[in-house]
Design a binder for this molecule. Structure first.
Ligand SMILES: [Zn+2]
Length: 124
C-alpha cells in the first residue's frame, strides 16, 4: 500500500520582525542621536546586563545595569527618569568625529536581518 505523503506548507507563523528603536532623543542636548547598547555578554552577579547609553552629538555617556528583559527603549526611559530627577550618573566622552544621522540610521537598519523563512521542500 503506497501511501503518498502530501507536501504541504506549514502555516507561516512568522511575525513581522519589529524593529524597536535604539536611537533616542538626548535629554541633554536634544539631538536625536542617543543610542542604547545592551551588552548581552556583560552580566553582573545579579544577572543584570550592562547597558551603554551614549549621545553621538554631545558625547553624553552612561552605563547602567538592567534586567535581561529590558529593551533599549526601557533603558532609555529609565535613564531619562534618572536624568530628570538629577540622579543619573553620566559623563561626557569626546569623540574624534561626530556620528552623522545617516550612520545612525544605518546602524539601526543593520540589526534587522531577515531570515527565518527557510524552505524545507526537496528533502523527501
Ligand atoms: Zn546629547
Amino acid at each position: 500500500m503506497g501511501r503518498r505523503r502530501r507536501k504541504y506548507r506549514k502555516p507561516q507563523l512568522l511575525r513581522p520582525v519589529r524593529t524597536l528603536p535604539t536611537i533616542f532623543e538626548c535629554p541633554h542636548c536634544g539631538a536625536r542621536s542617543m543610542s542604547v547598547d545592551i551588552r548581552k555578554k556583560e552580566r553582573n552577579e545579579a544577572g543584570l546586563l550592562k547597558a551603554i547609553i551614549r549621545c553621538g552629538s554631545c558625547g553624553l555617556y552612561s552605563e547602567m545595569w538592567v534586567p535581561e528583559i529590558f529593551h533599549p527603549v526601557d533603558v532609555y526611559s529609565k535613564f531619562l527618569d534618572a536624568y530628570i530627577e538629577g540622579r543619573a550618573e553620566y559623563t561626557f566622552t569626546k569623540r574624534e568625529r561626530k556620528v552623522s544621522l545617516e550612520e545612525l540610521a544605518e546602524a539601526e537598519s543593520v540589526g534587522k536581518s531577515g531570515g527565518g523563512a527557510e524552505e524545507e521542500e526537496g528533502k523527501w
